[in-house]
Design a protein around this ligand. Structure first.
Ligand code: F6R
Length: 249
């Protein structure tokens, strides 16, 4: 894992944007894995700017999002499909059929998971996966557990995750109890992974992800097994890391 510490979230996002822009310049038909949540919003704004400045195009890009809530329609204000449309896709030139987000309204999530894996395989695999980090160490919606899943699957959200996401819904009761998410293997099969984290509330999870043992109780710690992971954190999120061990940017 390469770990870089930045002054603040803006600098963290700017570096992540550079990595993605370089990726798209080198390989304009890249397959990107994308995340939702608060963390990548500034990154997406910078990608939109790079598109508007004619630096990059998404014409030939294919995307796969990490996850979607189960039981809310794509046009629900808090669906991840809607989030992606509003935060990125509506402002860039990506083709509609190149965007993939698991269908959260299917009666057969297992089939959705199988089809999602097949679509990723047919696209040639994910070149670069963007990840946020849950306060509890989750990536995608792979929640801490005794066992983790390899492939895209339906999953139950922990109370902690529902609480963390209640800020988007108004109250915890409105947060769906289940989701469909890429599995750990789906994520670990990506060619390159960029994990972003900002804020003091992520400091524990960042420390365990980077410096702790590899444990299914901290799903992100499995990223230690991947040969090309970039961990980009701001000072607050990196505040529990050993300061002498990492590059300050
Ligand atoms: C989102 C996702 C989640 C978030 C994580 C952090 O697609 O898969 O793992 O990345 O919960 O969320 P934020 O960025 O809102 O703190």
């Amino acid at each position: 894992m390469k770990v870089y510490l930045f002054k603040d979230h803006a600098d963290t996002s700017e570096y992540a944007a550079k990595v993605l822009i370089d990726q798209l310049k080198t390989r304009p038909n890249s397959v990107l894995g994308l995340a939702t949540g608060s963390t990548p919003i500034e990154l997406y704004q910078l990608l939109i700017k790079a598109f508007q400045d004619h630096e990059i195009s998404f014409q030939d890009v294919i995307t796969f999002n990490l996850d979607e809530y189960l039981g809310i329609p794509a046009d629900h204000p808090q669906s991840y499909a809607r989030f992606m449309h509003e935060q990125l896709f509506s402002s860039i030139d990506i083709r509609k059929h190149s965007v993939h987000i698991p269908n959260g309204t299917s009666q057969d999530p297992d089939q959705v998971g199988r089809a999602y894996e097949e679509a990723i395989r047919q696209a040639g695999g994910i070149d670069l996966q963007v990840l946020g980090l849950g306060n509890n160490g989750h990536i995608g919606f792979n929640e801490p557990d005794e066992e983790l899943q390899n492939y895209t699957h339906a999953t139950h959200l922990t109370q902690e995750t529902r609480q963390a996401n209640a800020r988007f819904f108004g109250s915890i009761e409105d947060v769906p109890t289940d989701a469909i998410t890429m599995g750990m293997g789906t994520i670990l099969r990506a060619g390159k992974i960029v994990l972003l984290a900002s804020g003091e509330h992520k400091a524990d999870a960042v420390q365990k992800t980077v410096e702790g043992g590899i444990s299914t109780r901290i799903p992100a710690s499995l990223l230690q097994l991947h040969p090309d992971v970039l961990v980009l954190v701001d000072r607050a999120a990196g505040s529990k890391l050993n300061p002498d061990s990492y590059e300050v940017r």
